[in-house]
Design a protein around this ligand. Sequence first.
Ligand SMILES: Cc1cc2nc3c(=O)[nH]c(=O)nc-3n(C[C@H](O)[C@H](O)[C@H](O)COP(=O)(O)OP(=O)(O)OC[C@H]3O[C@@H](n4cnc5c(N)ncnc54)[C@H](O)[C@@H]3O)c2cc1C
Length: 275
Amino acid sequence: MYDIVIVGGGPAGLSAAITARMRGKTVAVISNNRTESGLYKAVEIGNYPGLPGISGAELSSKLSMHAAGMGAELIGGRVTSILPVGKEITVGYGSEILTAKSLILAIGIVQASVFPGEAELLGRGVSYCATCDGMLYKGKKVVVVALSPEAEEEAEFLTSIGCEVTTVKTKKIAVNSEGAEGMKKVVSVTADGTDIPCEAVFILRETIAPGSLLPGLETEKGHIKTDRAMRTNLPGVFAAGDCTGAPYQVAKAVGEGQVAVLSAVDYLAHLEKSQ
Ligand SMILES: Cc1cc2nc3c(=O)[nH]c(=O)nc-3n(C[C@H](O)[C@H](O)[C@H](O)COP(=O)(O)OP(=O)(O)OC[C@H]3O[C@@H](n4cnc5c(N)ncnc54)[C@H](O)[C@@H]3O)c2cc1C
């Protein structure tokens, strides 16, 4: 079990990882491929102090090398679920899980708006991970909403277990259900105005809205709510960077990453004393 797990390997997450190692904590950073991130595509970061004119790609490589060199474990993958149970937090990515005592969300701007029906049917036919939940729908009709690079691979996995897969690439999606309140199940997906009957829909985006990733997490206008110590409303869960709100800037992300990890270190000290 790690002391700290960080979701998101941008400036906020990697800054947190570097300070975590300075404080002697075990830390894993799970992140999508950094070449897909907005920072990586920035031709020039003009205002990061001390590094005038550095490209986003170079800054991103330097931060990764720094964190890895300090002993942070950098893991490639998309986190699809987070479950705090007691004093442990379980993080699911692909078909893997890991556990930690504390968590920092540094997932950047979440541009994804939630589709109608998506939030209330999560776990009732809506899933963000085919390799995790696909077996529940073995041999059934399923829809893959392919909005991330790994969607093709996930659709192939579903076909390999006998699912009848329809892949759509549109963002004009609604998820339809039948059944009594609390027992509703997915019966179809409307994609670009066409109804596709199915028992499950796998929505594969680069990013997942924070409230769907971690149920119970307080958000405001799509951003994760924190106090000045970057604490969220959930014990042991902190957030940093663009995901907490504007200004969307590297310097702010790096600073918040450091504040978040120092708060996580305090939290771990209290946890240890209470045991
Ligand atoms: C074109 C462009 C130019 C910019 N120019 C400047 C500039 O000149 N100066 C400046 O200060 N800022 C600039 N920015 C903004 C800057 O890039 C961001 O403010 C900064 O990168 C935020 O860092 P972050 O760590 O919060 O998020 P990000 O850098 O977005 O990193 C978050 C990472 O988390 C990953 N992630 C998200 N969800 C998951 C998940 N569920 N599982 C796994 N990984 C996940 C994302 O894929 C991403 O790699 C620019 C941005 C762009 C796009």
